[in-house]
Design a protein around this ligand. Sequence first.
Ligand code: URA
Length: 443
Amino acid sequence: MFLPQEAIRVKRDGGEISENDIKAFVAGITSGAVTEGQIAALGMAVFFNGMTPKEGAALTLAMRDSGDVIDWQKFGFDADAPITDKHSTGGVGDKVSLMLAPIVAACGGLVPMISGRGLGHTGGTLDKFEAIPGYDPYPSIDRFAEIVKIVGCSIIGQTGDLAPADKRFYGIRDVTSTVESVPLITASILSKKLSAGLGSLVMDVKFGSGAFMDSFDKAKVLAENIVRVAGAADTPTTALLTDMNQVLGRTAGNAVEVLETIEFLTDSANADQRLLDVTLDLAAHMLAISGAQPDVATARAKSEEALNNGKAAEIFGKMAAAHGGPADIVENHGKYLSYAPVVKPVPTTASGFVSKMDAREVGMAVVALGGGRTDPAAKVDHSVGLTEICQLGDRIEKDQPLAMVYARTEAAADAAIAQVQASIKITDEAPAITPVTAEIIQG
Ligand code: URA
């Protein structure tokens, strides 16, 4: 007979839990048969003693199988259809999914993307899409599949039917200080992603001041583990380690990030260079690993073409409309996206070069404006945020702003101004600029 306390004891003493016991433990998480105390104890034992590769793969698969796993063949897709997705570990101004899914779809990939809400200082793709009036992120699975078939991509929120064990386990980890464990993060992310029945995955593992993993080395350990476990679960995965030491792109918020996305898709010549680089890097790897394009170089060229010839913008519009949003969101976004009424510049504290940014603090300024959550059940104000955010290496003169604030009230705007000013360092010397994609780990 399976006893949860025996599995906990094995891990507490540094041993390896059998695959059957991991399955039974996860079944108990889902059914409620394993208590909150036992889940917390296992989480802490894993936090201190880690997991072997075999245990990590077993945990991921058991959590994936705790709910529905989408079978795309049931919806009429071929067994070798290039069904692929990207997952980011979270950043500030990270609106990449919004433009990436349409670009990949325009180049022959199929992207059923299950996205999340903002967490801590990071924004969430789902919150951004909800800035588009009418956009329904919770269609039925049949409608989700239909949109992927017709449009090539669909971005939805996680439903309770996919990886329910993660939902309970994550909630307990969150309040028992066991989130920061590589095997547990790996199982949590991959169980959700793999329940979407993907053929391949690309991970954007971020490091730096605006990421959950502040150091490159820690991010690399996580990236390597995710690639290894996903491979063991028969889902070829590539991880890009990308720099989050500054806001990605020029906006942070919700409606403002949708606006930057539409401008990016319709006028890529003026897009922020780092945002463009990371988006094309991720698109190229998704298209290559899924087999939609023969190799990374061809895939990158195709992605650029789809961006420049308007095909990706057209798919973005079609996806928004298929989810209940306005059919003319790309052409007439000004009619639909709302922005907060108090608009103020963030004056620079000196003239010189932007040499350092605490991206986490900038993200927290957006949260404080109402653009993110301090409590998981709270509602987000889609209209607030920051635009025209400076980037490392920008030369700023005394009369130039570091960013523009969109706030509900003067007081909220002033608080955001002070917080953004405090998070940006201006120096006489220009800083060294490093590429946004630091390393690629291929599965
Ligand atoms: N994101 C997840 O989905 N799970 C984790 O454990 C950490 C970040």
